[in-house]
Ligand binder design. Structure first.
Ligand code: FAD
Length: 406
């Protein structure tokens, strides 16, 4: 599946990317991928990252075939494939007995259907591959540099100084300072859901092996996702529960492993076994952000979570950041000037980013069904899975089958 590209401006580009001075705010996945894609097209790029070192949280990421298309086009195919773990499938099971409700084949089937593998990656592995490539491409990375806002054609830093920029790429994540300036008074709503994350070393499982598929266990108002990372040396845990107490949006809140175990006590043996080995955990409050009407203002463009913060239920936030990065750089290389490049980026990305954002929010209702609705829903899933095995993979064709680089 390819992008439906809007009518080109018709003129040959008279903007030379090599003369553009681009500042990328944020050195996460969106920031690094866009810096790389832009530098590969000859732009002069500086990344400003507030953290003193380039690092990601200790957690996994599922990268669907649509994200792999971008990583391949960036020239990172071999490195990423060597670091990734390919799950055989994703299985949706019931929380008590672990009864299978649905199985979506991945592994070779994903590659065949969507053209690229579906991989699980350690976040730090992905970021270090991107960071290495960014440095090799000649990008300047300024660590320990916090962006406070913008002035015309300049980024305003926290220390009061400014940095001139022809283009400002706001890749500063879910709590983007630049988005806040563009959209003052944005109404953000706590969804009443909290995600716990943990990484479990396989060595702590006494010889027991995690299945080679991603296990998605559904309970009333809760779900748990487990998958292998680094060829099974680690198991990634994401456990989501509905709760009234508010928790901050970000991984800064340490959780108590015993509380995590208590909240998911009595779940199927695979979940209990993995949770029994958790040594440390963090919590992230899940918030719903409104869909922004536009992501571009003058020379500022939002990408990644800064543009479309989404709930994690489709495992596509980072993948959308990769797609954004590619399309932004490609638009700048194709169009005749900055305004038409940014307009092209917005036209191509806004419908898709917002569709994924709203689908991810809807997914929670399916995962967390309670009461009399639940048995019927689960029965329906099992029946569809056995009678129409192509139904579930087909539902994801629009998402995983997209290749924004084609
Ligand atoms: P971030 O990763 O947040 O990066 C922003 C960067 O900007 C950071 O380095 C930050 O330090 C820096 N920064 C912030 N403010 C400033 C400032 N003022 N000045 C300078 N620097 C600044 N996505 C997937 O694709 N697959 C998954 O399996 C998946 N699982 C998830 C599970 C959970 C529980 C959660 C919560 C999310 C999950 N996501 C997943 C979503 C994914 O983590 C995000 O969408 C992705 O990290 C967004 O990348 P980003 O670069 O836009 O933002």
């Amino acid at each position: 599946m390819q992008l439906e590209v809007p009518q080109a401006s018709g003129d040959a580009p008279d903007m030379d990317l090599k003369t553009l001075n681009i500042t990328v705010c944020g050195g996460g996945i969106a920031g690094m991928a866009s810096a790389l894609a832009l530098a590969q097209r000859g732009a002069s790029v500086t990344v400003l990252e507030r953290a003193p070192a380039l690092e990601e949280v200790g957690a996994g990421l599922q990268v669907g075939p649509n994200g792999m298309a971008v990583l391949e086009a960036l020239g990172l195919k071999d490195k990423i494939r060597a670091l990734g773990t390919q799950p055989e499938a994703v299985e949706l099971v019931d929380h008590r007995r672990g009864q299978r409700l649905m199985r979506v084949p991945l592994g070779g089937a994903a590659e065949q259907r969507w053209g690229r593998p579906y991989l699980n990656l350690h976040r730090a592995d992905l970021l270090s591959v991107l960071a290495e490539a960014v440095q090799a491409a000649g990008v300047t990375v300024r660590l320990g540099t916090t962006v406070a806002g913008r002035k015309p054609n300049a980024v305003l830093l926290e220390d009061g100084t400014t940095l001139a920029a022809d283009l400002i790429v706001a890749a500063d994540g879910v709590r983007s300072a630049l988005r806040k300036r563009m959209w003052q008074g944005e109404e953000v709503r706590f969804t009443g859901q909290v995600a716990w994350r943990a990484l479990v070393s396989a060595e702590r499982l006494g010889g027991w092996e995690m299945p080679r598929y991603t296990l998605l266990t559904l309970g009333p108002g809760k779900h748990v996702v487990l998958y292998r990372l680094r060829e099974g040396a680690l198991i990634n845990v994401v456990a989501v529960e509905e709760r009234e107490t508010w928790v901050e949006e970000g991984w800064s809140i340490p959780g108590d492993p015993d509380e995590l175990r208590r909240r998911f006590a009595g779940w199927n043996p695979v979940v209990e076994r993995v949770l029994s080995a958790v040594e440390s955990t963090y919590q992230w409050g899940l918030f719903e952000h409104p869909v922004l009407q536009h992501w571009v203002e003058d020379e500022v463009v939002l990408i990644g979570d800064a543009a479309h913060p989404m709930l994690p239920f489709l495992a596509q936030g980072a993948v959308m950041a990769l797609e954004d990065a590619w399309v932004l750089a490609d638009s700048l290389a194709r169009e005749r000037d900055l305004p038409s490049s940014l307009a092209r980026y917005q036209t191509l990305r806004h419908p898709r980013g917002t569709r994924v954002q709203s689908q991810a929010a809807r997914q929670a209702r399916l995962y967390h069904a309670r009461g009399p609705l639940r048995p019927g829903l689960h029965l329906g899933m099992s029946l569809v899975n056995s009678l129409l095995p192509d139904f579930a993979p087909r539902r994801f064709d629009w998402l995983y089958g997209m290749d924004v680089t084609a």
